[in-house]
Design a protein around this ligand. Structure first.
Ligand SMILES: [Zn+2]
Length: 379
């Protein structure tokens, strides 16, 4: 699709305006308005902010998809697991949240009807004496509406995620981590003065991989040095690998050369649904790396980006420095600095699995400590 922006017009604009009106973001009007005016741009920005999308006021593929998803309400259409083209929408997210509230593990409420949602739905249907067909039709919707939830807001899945980590124990051995170096091949990502994000992140990924393997983790790279799978393919790779954690490595850029620093992103919507472990992991990496590297702290943020949304395990996207900033770029160009970053990330991952046990002050846990800890556990 063509990206729509302020000043555009036509039937596609009229359609999006009516969606924004239905969502209460534009005032209702008589007749059809098909102009992308400043009021519409403001409404698009508000919508993007609510959904954790990039707030640019443009209608690109991600915003268009989110707008379409937002028009579906539970009961408006039958929902089922379509293997080749999974159904997505707010109605699916509502179904997942209701199932979770009732104690059925429908996975993270990401609005994608996948195999886990179907399995949870079938269990629910069996327990409540409904036709067990894995299809959310009128009968199932009625039953879901009648049952009062035990808890609100999809917390059980998040507790379950945490429980899984607790059960798997504080050791790193056997953990399967997917390292996702951003961009690749023709897509260099940010490129300033001959420094390419794709190459830097590939190098950092290899440094990280080496340390992870040394501590007994299984580290898989989501792409080769000359490949650039799209975000959905990277998520699928992690899901098929049965990853415990996905770490996506990027650097940022800004039109202002003064912008600099480090930020971490985890799955979460503006409506409060969030991946607890993703958020915890993002916080640990953010603290560990700002402490060790001195990069400016730009905080952790919930986002609904494809990779974060489609991975079944906790996923964190790390934006390490701004290549458009001379100071950050100089640091990142130094291999020794990338070693410090890799070490900080390994320690942060270890902290996640320690869950607060044997905590040492941020920045003081060394790679050697992590190794020693693993060896002691192995004896
Ligand atoms: Zn990037």
């Amino acid at each position: 699709m063509r990206v729509l922006r302020r000043g555009d017009g036509g039937p596609a604009v009229a359609e999006i305006r009516s969606t924004l009106t239905a969502l209460g973001l534009l005032p209702p009007v008589n007749g059809v308005v098909d102009e992308f005016d400043p009021a519409m741009e403001h409404a698009v920005r508000t919508f993007q902010q609510q959904r954790g999308l990039i707030t640019d006021g443009l209608i690109g593929p991600a915003t268009y998809r989110a707008l379409r998803d937002a028009t579906y309400q539970l009961g408006g259409r039958p929902l089922a697991y379509l293997v080749s083209a999974p159904i997505t929408g707010d109605d699916v997210a509502t179904l997942q949240e209701r199932l979770l509230e009732l104690g059925y593990d429908a996975g993270r409420p990401n609005g994608v009807f996948g195999a886990q949602t179907e399995a949870a739905l079938r269990n629910f249907q069996r327990d409540y004496g409904l036709t067990v067909d894995g299809i959310c039709g009128p009968e199932t919707v009625r039953a879901l509406r009648q049952l009062s939830p035990r808890a609100r807001g999809g917390r059980p899945v998040l507790l379950r995620e945490q429980e899984r980590v607790r059960r798997s124990g504080p050791r790193l051995t056997g953990k399967r981590i997917v390292i996702d170096p951003g961009h690749g091949a023709q897509d260099t990502g940010v490129s300033v003065d001959g420094v390419n994000e794709s190459e830097l992140m590939w190098d950092l990924a290899r440094r990280l991989e080496g340390r992870m393997v040394a501590t007994g983790m299984e580290a898989l790279l989501s792409r080769g040095p000359d490949q650039c799978p799209d975000e959905a393919a990277r998520a699928q790779f992690a899901n098929e690998a049965g990853a415990d954690l996905v770490l996506s490595l990027h650097s940022d850029a800004n039109s202002s050369p003064l912008a600099q620093g480090l930020a971490c992103f985890h799955f979460g919507t503006g409506n409060g649904a969030t991946s607890t472990l993703g958020e915890a992991m993002a916080g640990l990496i953010q603290r560990e790396l700002t402490k060790r590297t001195g990069l400016r702290d730009c905080g952790t943020h919930p986002k609904t980006w494809e990779l974060l949304r489609l991975t079944r395990c906790p996923a964190v996207r790390i934006e390490i420095g701004y290549l458009s900033n001379t100071e950050d770029r100089t640091r990142l160009s130094d291999p020794a600095f990338r070693d410090v970053v890799a070490e900080g990330i390994v320690v942060a991952v270890k902290r996640l699995y320690l869950l607060g046990e044997n905590d040492q002050p941020t920045g003081s846990f060394t790679f050697a400590d992590v190794l020693a800890h693993e060896l002691a556990k192995a004896e």
